[in-house]
Ligand binder design. Sequence first.
Ligand SMILES: C[S@@+](CC[C@H](N)C(=O)[O-])C[C@H]1O[C@@H](n2cnc3c(N)ncnc32)[C@H](O)[C@@H]1O
Length: 204
Amino acid sequence: MTSIREHWQKVYDRRREDEVSWHQASPITSLDLISRTGAGRDARVVDVGGGASRLVDALIEKWFEHVTVVDIADAPLELARKRLGDRASRVTWVTSDVGDWAPDGPYDVWHDRAVFHFMVRPEDRAAYLSTLRSALRSGGHLIIGTFASNGPDRCSALPVMRYEPETLAAELGPDFRLLEGVRAEHVTPAGKVQQFQFSRFVRI
Ligand SMILES: C[S@@+](CC[C@H](N)C(=O)[O-])C[C@H]1O[C@@H](n2cnc3c(N)ncnc32)[C@H](O)[C@@H]1O
Protein backbone atom coordinates (compact mmCIF):
# COMPACT_ATOMS: atom_id res chain seq x y z
CA MET A 1 0.00 0.00 0.00
CA THR A 2 1.24 3.49 -0.85
CA SER A 3 2.07 5.53 2.25
CA ILE A 4 0.89 9.11 2.58
CA ARG A 5 4.47 10.30 2.14
CA GLU A 6 4.87 8.27 -1.08
CA HIS A 7 1.54 9.59 -2.34
CA TRP A 8 2.66 13.21 -2.00
CA GLN A 9 6.14 12.50 -3.25
CA LYS A 10 4.68 11.05 -6.47
CA VAL A 11 2.19 13.90 -6.87
CA TYR A 12 5.01 16.44 -7.03
CA ASP A 13 7.41 14.17 -8.94
CA ARG A 14 4.89 13.95 -11.78
CA ARG A 15 3.75 17.56 -12.09
CA ARG A 16 5.14 21.01 -12.30
CA GLU A 17 4.56 23.27 -9.31
CA ASP A 18 1.93 25.27 -11.24
CA GLU A 19 0.03 22.18 -12.47
CA VAL A 20 -1.30 20.92 -9.13
CA SER A 21 -4.95 21.80 -8.47
CA TRP A 22 -4.12 23.83 -5.33
CA HIS A 23 -1.53 26.03 -7.07
CA GLN A 24 -1.93 29.75 -6.51
CA ALA A 25 0.11 32.35 -8.33
CA SER A 26 -0.42 34.66 -5.39
CA PRO A 27 -1.68 33.49 -1.96
CA ILE A 28 -3.64 36.68 -1.29
CA THR A 29 -6.05 35.40 1.39
CA SER A 30 -3.19 33.88 3.42
CA LEU A 31 -1.15 37.08 3.16
CA ASP A 32 -4.13 39.23 4.21
CA LEU A 33 -4.74 37.09 7.26
CA ILE A 34 -1.05 36.96 8.20
CA SER A 35 -0.84 40.75 7.90
CA ARG A 36 -3.71 41.02 10.38
CA THR A 37 -1.83 39.05 13.04
CA GLY A 38 0.30 42.15 13.63
CA ALA A 39 3.41 39.93 13.76
CA GLY A 40 6.64 41.88 13.37
CA ARG A 41 9.74 41.15 11.27
CA ASP A 42 11.32 39.08 14.01
CA ALA A 43 8.26 36.82 14.42
CA ARG A 44 8.72 33.09 13.90
CA VAL A 45 6.34 31.83 11.24
CA VAL A 46 5.69 28.27 10.11
CA ASP A 47 3.80 27.12 7.01
CA VAL A 48 2.83 23.50 7.69
CA GLY A 49 2.29 21.31 4.65
CA GLY A 50 3.63 24.28 2.73
CA GLY A 51 4.58 22.10 -0.24
CA ALA A 52 5.78 24.17 -3.19
CA SER A 53 3.50 27.10 -2.27
CA ARG A 54 4.65 30.59 -3.21
CA LEU A 55 3.61 31.87 0.21
CA VAL A 56 7.18 31.46 1.46
CA ASP A 57 8.51 33.73 -1.33
CA ALA A 58 6.28 36.58 -0.15
CA LEU A 59 6.95 35.94 3.53
CA ILE A 60 10.73 36.21 3.25
CA GLU A 61 10.60 38.96 0.63
CA LYS A 62 8.41 41.36 2.51
CA TRP A 63 8.00 40.51 6.11
CA PHE A 64 9.79 37.90 8.13
CA GLU A 65 13.33 36.82 9.01
CA HIS A 66 12.39 33.46 10.57
CA VAL A 67 10.27 31.32 8.26
CA THR A 68 9.98 27.52 8.46
CA VAL A 69 8.24 25.30 5.91
CA VAL A 70 7.29 21.77 6.97
CA ASP A 71 6.09 19.12 4.54
CA ILE A 72 5.74 15.36 4.64
CA ALA A 73 7.42 15.02 1.23
CA ASP A 74 10.76 16.37 0.09
CA ALA A 75 9.80 16.76 -3.61
CA PRO A 76 7.64 19.90 -3.16
CA LEU A 77 10.21 21.47 -0.84
CA GLU A 78 12.87 20.85 -3.48
CA LEU A 79 10.68 22.61 -6.07
CA ALA A 80 10.33 25.59 -3.73
CA ARG A 81 14.07 25.66 -2.99
CA LYS A 82 14.90 25.62 -6.71
CA ARG A 83 12.46 28.44 -7.39
CA LEU A 84 13.94 30.55 -4.59
CA GLY A 85 17.56 29.93 -5.59
CA ASP A 86 19.96 31.77 -3.22
CA ARG A 87 17.03 32.98 -1.13
CA ALA A 88 16.23 29.38 -0.11
CA SER A 89 18.95 29.55 2.54
CA ARG A 90 16.87 32.13 4.41
CA VAL A 91 14.21 29.48 5.11
CA THR A 92 14.27 26.50 7.48
CA TRP A 93 13.04 23.45 5.53
CA VAL A 94 11.72 20.44 7.43
CA THR A 95 10.66 17.17 5.82
CA SER A 96 8.31 15.61 8.36
CA ASP A 97 4.77 14.51 8.97
CA VAL A 98 3.33 17.45 10.90
CA GLY A 99 2.14 14.99 13.55
CA ASP A 100 5.72 13.79 14.15
CA TRP A 101 7.45 17.17 13.93
CA ALA A 102 9.30 18.30 17.07
CA PRO A 103 9.23 22.12 16.77
CA ASP A 104 12.49 23.94 17.49
CA GLY A 105 11.03 26.42 19.98
CA PRO A 106 7.88 28.55 20.09
CA TYR A 107 6.27 30.02 16.98
CA ASP A 108 4.25 33.23 16.70
CA VAL A 109 2.27 32.31 13.58
CA TRP A 110 1.17 28.87 12.29
CA HIS A 111 -0.24 28.81 8.75
CA ASP A 112 -1.89 25.84 7.05
CA ARG A 113 -3.63 25.93 3.68
CA ALA A 114 -5.27 22.68 2.64
CA VAL A 115 -3.44 20.29 5.00
CA PHE A 116 -5.54 19.84 8.16
CA HIS A 117 -8.52 18.93 5.98
CA PHE A 118 -6.71 15.71 4.95
CA MET A 119 -6.77 14.56 8.59
CA VAL A 120 -9.86 12.39 8.30
CA ARG A 121 -8.77 9.97 11.05
CA PRO A 122 -9.18 11.17 14.65
CA GLU A 123 -5.67 9.95 15.52
CA ASP A 124 -4.14 12.11 12.75
CA ARG A 125 -6.04 15.18 13.97
CA ALA A 126 -4.89 14.43 17.53
CA ALA A 127 -1.24 14.19 16.42
CA TYR A 128 -1.57 17.44 14.42
CA LEU A 129 -3.10 19.21 17.42
CA SER A 130 -0.41 17.92 19.73
CA THR A 131 2.31 19.41 17.49
CA LEU A 132 0.33 22.64 17.12
CA ARG A 133 0.00 23.01 20.89
CA SER A 134 3.70 22.48 21.44
CA ALA A 135 4.70 24.84 18.59
CA LEU A 136 2.42 27.85 18.93
CA ARG A 137 3.03 30.17 21.89
CA SER A 138 0.21 31.56 23.97
CA GLY A 139 -0.98 34.71 22.15
CA GLY A 140 0.31 33.32 18.84
CA HIS A 141 -1.93 33.18 15.76
CA LEU A 142 -3.21 30.14 13.94
CA ILE A 143 -4.49 30.40 10.35
CA ILE A 144 -6.11 27.36 8.77
CA GLY A 145 -7.59 27.23 5.27
CA THR A 146 -9.70 24.17 4.41
CA PHE A 147 -12.38 23.27 1.90
CA ALA A 148 -15.63 24.85 3.10
CA SER A 149 -18.83 22.88 3.71
CA ASN A 150 -19.79 23.41 0.05
CA GLY A 151 -16.28 22.63 -1.21
CA PRO A 152 -15.07 19.36 -2.78
CA ASP A 153 -15.01 16.19 -0.70
CA ARG A 154 -11.72 15.00 -2.21
CA CYS A 155 -8.39 16.53 -3.11
CA SER A 156 -5.45 14.87 -4.81
CA ALA A 157 -7.55 11.65 -4.89
CA LEU A 158 -7.76 11.62 -1.07
CA PRO A 159 -10.86 12.17 1.08
CA VAL A 160 -11.02 15.42 3.03
CA MET A 161 -13.02 16.89 5.92
CA ARG A 162 -14.88 20.11 5.14
CA TYR A 163 -15.23 22.87 7.70
CA GLU A 164 -16.79 26.19 8.55
CA PRO A 165 -15.00 28.48 11.02
CA GLU A 166 -17.30 27.35 13.82
CA THR A 167 -16.89 23.62 13.17
CA LEU A 168 -13.14 24.08 12.91
CA ALA A 169 -13.18 25.97 16.24
CA ALA A 170 -15.09 23.08 17.82
CA GLU A 171 -12.52 20.60 16.45
CA LEU A 172 -9.58 22.63 17.81
CA GLY A 173 -11.06 23.01 21.28
CA PRO A 174 -10.94 25.76 23.90
CA ASP A 175 -7.18 26.48 23.58
CA PHE A 176 -7.90 28.49 20.40
CA ARG A 177 -10.22 31.51 20.18
CA LEU A 178 -11.73 32.23 16.77
CA LEU A 179 -10.98 35.82 15.68
CA GLU A 180 -12.31 35.78 12.12
CA GLY A 181 -13.42 33.48 9.34
CA VAL A 182 -13.41 34.37 5.65
CA ARG A 183 -14.56 32.65 2.48
CA ALA A 184 -12.27 32.30 -0.51
CA GLU A 185 -12.81 30.89 -3.97
CA HIS A 186 -9.89 29.07 -5.47
CA VAL A 187 -9.78 28.59 -9.23
CA THR A 188 -7.69 25.55 -10.09
CA PRO A 189 -5.30 25.61 -13.07
CA ALA A 190 -7.98 23.53 -14.90
CA GLY A 191 -10.55 26.28 -14.25
CA LYS A 192 -12.63 24.59 -11.51
CA VAL A 193 -13.90 26.76 -8.68
CA GLN A 194 -13.36 25.44 -5.15
CA GLN A 195 -14.87 26.96 -2.02
CA PHE A 196 -12.46 27.45 0.88
CA GLN A 197 -12.85 28.87 4.34
CA PHE A 198 -9.92 30.45 6.15
CA SER A 199 -10.06 30.96 9.91
CA ARG A 200 -7.75 32.91 12.18
CA PHE A 201 -7.46 31.99 15.85
CA VAL A 202 -5.41 33.18 18.77
CA ARG A 203 -3.84 30.63 21.12
CA ILE A 204 -5.18 31.17 24.63
C1 LIG B 1 -3.07 20.36 -1.11
S1 LIG B 1 -1.38 20.54 -0.80
C2 LIG B 1 -1.27 22.22 -0.21
C3 LIG B 1 0.14 22.77 -0.29
C4 LIG B 1 0.29 24.21 0.18
N1 LIG B 1 -0.15 24.39 1.55
C5 LIG B 1 -0.41 25.16 -0.75
O1 LIG B 1 -1.34 25.85 -0.33
O2 LIG B 1 -0.01 25.21 -1.93
C6 LIG B 1 -1.15 19.60 0.69
C7 LIG B 1 0.29 19.59 1.17
O3 LIG B 1 0.35 19.01 2.46
C8 LIG B 1 1.41 18.10 2.53
N2 LIG B 1 1.02 17.12 3.55
C9 LIG B 1 0.01 16.21 3.49
N3 LIG B 1 -0.08 15.53 4.63
C10 LIG B 1 0.88 16.02 5.46
C11 LIG B 1 1.28 15.73 6.78
N4 LIG B 1 0.68 14.78 7.48
N5 LIG B 1 2.32 16.42 7.32
C12 LIG B 1 2.94 17.39 6.58
N6 LIG B 1 2.60 17.71 5.32
C13 LIG B 1 1.57 17.04 4.77
C14 LIG B 1 1.53 17.54 1.12
O4 LIG B 1 2.79 17.01 0.82
C15 LIG B 1 1.21 18.78 0.29
O5 LIG B 1 2.37 19.54 0.01
